[in-house]
Design a protein around this ligand. Structure first.
Ligand code: IVH
Length: 716
């Protein structure tokens, strides 16, 4: 359950900022290093906006690794902006024949034309790619831009130059300034070839041709764009110093004569019947076109009429997009595969008998979660209706019950993680008391599916903070079998040669991949051998520097669900040593002991207990404890501190220091700082304006002192 920013407590905000920093860094890595974004730009922007909003509310929580310090993370920041001289508009949609008839009637009404006045439309396949505007000056391609928000796009000139369908110099008579607009797209054949290569190289697959094309034109390195075969159809224009024709049709013919590709299926229609016949014919051909289209666009042919009709908000009155219904097909569900995500989420994937849905072969579809499977009563062997709607992963719409084989059994969602055999559980939402929809593996670090991401977390800044050990190293060493569990990190020093070899091999793989991709021989470079051994040396010394670790970092590093930096600190403060903590977690009243800690609720206590209930997690902790020394944070260790072990509450205004500073100071002297007064409170420090807490102190007979007395007590 995501809370709105204004409802977050400070502790929640800190935890959320930690999560966002980690998540955004991961998306940046996927985007830049792997060129395989896991989320849309919009979802990514939403994460960044949430981060900024929380930081605006809690300025003192801004983290050193905050994503707000980083610029140039996403394309919106990496390309120069281009203000479109004429906005790039979108189209209104029609979903039925009636909608189209209404559109035609609206046009006639607006123009004051009768039924008998002949109105001609062009009918054009609606290409499912991304639109681009190409500016030509004296016939030379000078600038190319994405649509962006319609008013302002991104300058992707260098990348567009690599597309063969985009002429760098136009042929024949061309106005001094002319912007040609159209769609950049990728063919099915190229898309599948690209994915086959990705699969062979063990890389993540691209979702669909449109996203792949969009990703390709936003590559920082034009060579990367060139490596992804893209095409372009011209169908519109922007700024023009002169118009070469006076109908849409003739404009398209002119584009062709200049050297552009114009979709060969485009026709002129003189009646509603012709329009609808074109629509049906195009829909039939859709699967065999070899590229994605998602409808047909009708445009009033005469440009003077287009001019008269003008625009309503962001779309022209003279055009409409007649969308195709979502593509569906029937096929057989062969199996249900359970994939384990980074957080241990068990995601059911339908394995289908391959079927062509709108020109694309579909073999997998998402089944969302356990409840969804039960709701649709999807069973292995069933015939199902699969739908591919635009950019979404294919979905199972429904089961064709008449075709259910005899004896098909209701699907039993696994209670054990298929990757590691640990229990997979559904937690209960603390607020609503409802079960969460996702079942999660409790295996944590032992689960190979989760291991790499968890190892990354282990070395991250708020955990073991091992410098220079993030990113691809973890993955490489995991793949090469050198890292299986966190303790292995501290065993690497015993195998420097193996480490050296693994990193050298990885480097060789990377450059071979690069060569294959770019199709060139690598330029001879100075020997990398020296660099590798230096790297190994640095890595090993960064690891050694962390053999002694604070208990809070240690607990955070374990990657227990719901336990981030803040909760790890709360736990670490409560137990006098890591052994005491681990011992307590083995006892029957583990959850109760955790519950005693202020700020730790039932869900968190249960998550910690679940973690320690898994024997392999215990083993992992034991192994780790053999390698590192965990320094306790707990209170009564500070010699001579008069407040060690005491619970202190600050209230009212402090004059000599901020509340935050006072808290940090008290904690460093071994005190626990609480937010409210109870019978367990030892001392209340009250400044001017203290209110109900003062009354509470009196009620419980707790000692109250002022700031001056406090400072004297702790030694100024
Ligand atoms: S005309 C002012 N024609 O559809 C009208 N758009 O939903 C400009 N599209 O952003 C658009 N094929 O990316 C037009 N033959 C076609 C098209 C087409 C695909 C896309 C284009 C536009 C979107 C609008």
């Amino acid at each position: 359950m995501i809370k709105t920013v204004d409802k977050l407590t400070k502790a929640e905000a800190a935890k959320e900022l930690e999560r966002l920093a980690r998540e955004i860094a991961e998306h940046d890595r996927r985007y830049h290093a792997e060129d395989a974004p896991a989320i849309s730009d919009a979802a990514y922007d939403a994460l960044k906006r949430r981060n900024d909003a929380i930081e605006a509310r809690f300025a003192d929580l801004v983290r050193p690794d905050s994503p707000s310090h980083r610029v140039g993370a996403r394309p919106s920041e990496k390309f120069a902006k281009v203000v479109h001289a004429r906005p790039m508009l979108s189209l209104d949609n029609a979903f039925s024949d009636e909608d189209v008839a209404d559109f035609v009637a609206r046009v006639r009404r607006f123009l004051g034309w009768k039924e008998s006045d002949q109105l001609i439309f062009t009918a054009e396949p609606k290409i499912d790619g991304l639109s681009a505007s190409l500016r030509y000056e004296k016939g030379v391609f000078v600038q190319g831009a994405t649509r962006g928000d319609g008013s302002e796009g991104e300058d992707i000139t260098a990348n567009l130059r690599t597309i063969k369908d985009i002429p760098l110099r136009l042929q024949g008579e061309v106005p001094r300034v002319f912007e040609v607009r159209g769609e950049v797209y990728m063919t099915h054949k190229d898309f599948f070839a690209l994915n086959a290569r990705q699969e062979k190289e063990g890389k993540p697959l691209f979702v669909n041709p449109r996203n792949t094309a969009a990703g390709a034109v936003r590559q920082l390195d034009p060579a990367m764009t060139a490596a992804r075969p893209l095409h372009f159809f011209a169908y519109a224009w922007g700024e023009a110093s002169a118009m070469p024709a006076d109908t849409q049709w003739d404009m398209l013919q002119t584009f062709k004569s200049w050297g552009f590709k114009v979709n060969p299926l485009i026709r002129r229609c003189e009646s509603m019947d012709e329009i609808l016949a074109f629509y049906r014919h195009t829909e039939q051909r859709r699967a065999s076109l070899g590229y994605d289209i998602d409808g047909v666009v009708y445009k009033v042919d005469r440009l003077d009429l287009q001019e008269r009709l003008g625009f309503v908000s962001r779309s022209p009155r003279w055009a409409i997009a007649h969308k195709f219904p979502a593509e569906q097909a029937e096929t057989v569900l062969l199996d249900i595969d359970i994939q384990v995500g980074r957080t241990g989420k068990l995601a059911p994937v339908a394995k289908l008998k391959p079927v062509t849905v709108g020109g694309v072969v579909v073999q997998n579809a998402t089944l969302h979660n356990e409840d969804e499977i039960a709701r649709k009563d999807v069973r292995v062997g069933d015939t199902v209706v699969v739908q591919r709607a635009g950019d979404v992963i294919p979905q199972i719409v429904r089961v064709v019950l008449e075709k259910r084989p005899r004896g098909a059994k209701p699907y039993q969602f696994p209670y054990k993680c298929p990757a590691c055999g640990s229990h997979a559980v559904r937690e209960t939402d603390e607020k609503t008391g409802k079960e969460e929809v996702d079942r999660r593996c409790t295996g944590g670090l032992i689960c190979p599916a989760q291991a790499v991401e968890r190892l990354r977390h282990f070395v991250s800044r708020d955990a073991f903070d091992i410098e220079g050990f993030g990113g691809t190293y973890i993955e490489t060493l995991f793949e090469k079998g050198l890292l299986k569990e966190p303790a292995d990190i501290f065993r690497l020093a015993k195998k420097p040669e193996a480490l050296d070899r693994a990193l050298a091999e990885r480097r060789a793989e990377l450059s071979a991949e690069r060569r294959a991709r770019e199709g060139k021989d690598e330029v001879a470079k100075k020997s990398k051998k020296d660099d590798d051994s230096k790297l190994v040396e640095n890595l090993l010394s960064a690891i050694e520097a962390r053999r002694k670790i604070g208990m809070d970092r240690f607990i955070n590093a374990l990657g227990i669900r719901h336990v981030g930096e803040t909760n790890a600190r709360l736990i670490a403060r409560h137990f006098p040593s890591i052994e005491a903590f681990v011992g307590a977690m083995e006892s029957d009243d583990a959850a109760a002991q955790l519950n005693e800690i202020g700020g730790i609720g039932d869900v968190l206590a249960q998550a910690v207990k679940d973690f320690f209930d898994e024997p392999h997690n215990r083993k992992l902790v034991d192994h780790l404890l053999k390698e590192v020394e965990v320094v306790p944070l707990a209170a009564p260790k500070i010699k001579g501190s008069p407040v060690a072990g005491k619970t202190v509450v600050f209230t009212g205004t402090l004059e000599k220091m901020t509340r935050q500073e006072a808290k940090a100071r008290a904690e460093s002297l071994g005190a626990k700082v609480a937010g409210s007064v109870s019978k367990n409170t030892d001392l209340v420090v009250a400044g001017p304006g203290a209110g109900s807490k003062l009354a509470d102190a009196q009620k419980h007979g707790v000692q109250v002192i002022d700031e001056g007395a406090w400072l004297k007590m702790i030694g100024g």
